[in-house]
Write a protein that binds this ligand. Structure first.
Ligand SMILES: *Cc1c(COP(=O)(O)O)cnc(C)c1O
Length: 422
């Protein structure tokens, strides 16, 4: 796509954008009576207009039916998770049976590790990315300790090379090969929250399996951001949240993937609850856990209906827009953003882009590593209605989200940065 750093170009590109109409389906926070320049969908996605009626519908259902709401209507609460499964499966490239929406992300990560991190004296290590999101680091460390091992020796972190900001797939693969049969689990993010790097998940999964390890992915920053093919890539499990790119609201429910090959494996230990029990017998209240086949068998509790209703409304938008179309626009937007940020910094060198320059190697995000002027730049942008985010010690992240951001947003950001006097 031809790109030019001008307002005319940005407006034309927005006019020609086939996804343009989706912007009107979102509610923008206001700044001085105008829509904020919202570039923070990687942290909390904006509210789709369809969510309020979806939640009200469930409130009304409750008001009208009380406990019978579990069984009545066209979306009885008893089966509510099922109404999200197909759309969630399409989003991550899975079979419906391989996906369930439940709990929240870190909880699901632990549940998955109960089944897929079972260290032995020989095979006890976890290979993961250095600088993973803190919750993932804490989950890995606490799981390792819980099994009686020492994180210092059991966790192998793959770090960027000296002088580089992001990981090379060849280094990830090489470390997996080196650690070989001492690895119990290879656990990677899909898109790194800090740098925006998109990892080559298929190659990581293949390398992990060649070493005889289980492979899991945390797709918090990848779900709704990049096309995924979890089933074909063969990951053993994956987890993600729904409040970032998936716009399902604060604390929204998590998605969980368990590959078909584990669907009916009775030898796989798990933490069980009544909602994972065979549906036909659940209310017989009998002794003896009998898991539902597939990912549903990992459910513990009955569904959080209001947040599930919000998530369903939001997944509908992804079904309509299509992940391929979103990804295509996202690549153009980040390329345009990279261009305006490079030009705005000419002669000043306030920052360096640490996100991969290749659009195919990143998600919908550009991260700036700033110098001592970074905090002031961030404050200036906030004062002018830009919602971005600051990550300690000195990184600013911008996420131009294809569902509701456009080229003019990106151009305006560039102008603010260019005209900011520091
Ligand atoms: C956002 C995010 C989390 C947050 O976890 P919650 O359990 O949803 O609070 C965890 N891991 C990663 C990689 C994230 O990006």
């Amino acid at each position: 796509m031809y790109l030019e750093n001008s307002l005319d170009f940005a407006r034309l590109a927005d006019q020609q954008d086939p996804l343009r109409a989706y912007r009107d389906q979102f509610i923008f926070p206001q700044h001085n009576g105008q829509d904020c320049l919202y570039l923070c969908g990687n942290s909390l996605g904006l509210q789709p207009r369809g969510i309020r009626p979806a939640i009200l519908r469930e409130l009304d259902h409750w008001a009208e039916h009380g406990v019978e709401g579990h069984f009545r209507g066209d979306m009885p609460w008893m089966h509510y998770h099922r109404f999200l499964t197909d759309a969630a499966a399409r989003l991550v490239g899975a079979l419906p049976q391989e996906v369930v929406v439940m709990n929240t992300l870190t909880t699901n990560l632990h549940l998955m590790m109960v089944s897929f991190y079972r260290p032995t004296a020989q095979r006890y290590k976890i290979v993961m990315e250095a600088g993973a999101f803190p919750s993932d680091q804490y989950a890995m460390e606490s799981q390792v300790r819980w099994h009686g091992y020492d994180p210092a020796t059991a966790i192998i972190e793959v770090a960027p090379r000296e002088g580089e900001d992001t990981l090379r797939t060849e280094d990830i693969v090489q470390i997996i090969e080196r650690e070989g049969d001492s690895i119990a689990l290879v656990m990677f993010g899909g898109v790194n929250y800090y740098t925006g790097q998109l990892y080559e998940l298929e190659k990581i999964a293949a390398a992990g399996h060649r070493a005889g390890a289980y492979v899991g992915f945390d797709l918090a920053h990848a779900a709704g951001n990049v096309p995924l093919r979890l089933h074909d890539w063969g990951a053993d499990f994956a987890v993600w949240c729904s409040y970032k790119y998936l716009n399902s609201g604060p604390g929204g429910p998590s998605g969980c993937f368990v590959h078909e090959r584990h669907a009916n494996n009775p030898d796989l230990p798990r933490f069980a609850g009544w909602w994972g029990h065979d549906e036909n017998e659940r209310f017989q209240m009998k002794k003896g856990f009998k898991p539902m086949p597939g990912a549903s068998g990992w459910q513990l509790s009955n569904a959080q209906i209001f947040s599930f209703a919000a998530h369903k409304a939001s997944l509908d938008l992804f079904d309509q827009a299509g992940m391929e179309a979103l990804r295509s626009k996202s690549e153009h937007l980040t390329t345009f953003l990279e261009m305006v940020l490079d030009e705005a910094d000419k002669g000043r060198n306030m920052y360096r882009i640490i996100t991969p320059r290749d659009p195919a190697a990143r998600g919908c995000q550009i991260s700036l590593l700033t110098d001592h002027r970074g905090k002031a730049l961030f404050q200036y942008l906030a004062d002018h209605g830009v919602v971005a985010d600051w990550r300690e010690p000195n990184v600013i992240r911008f996420a131009p989200v294809p569902l509701y951001n456009g080229f003019e947003d990106v151009w305006r950001l560039g102008e603010l940065v260019r005209t900011c006097e520091l």
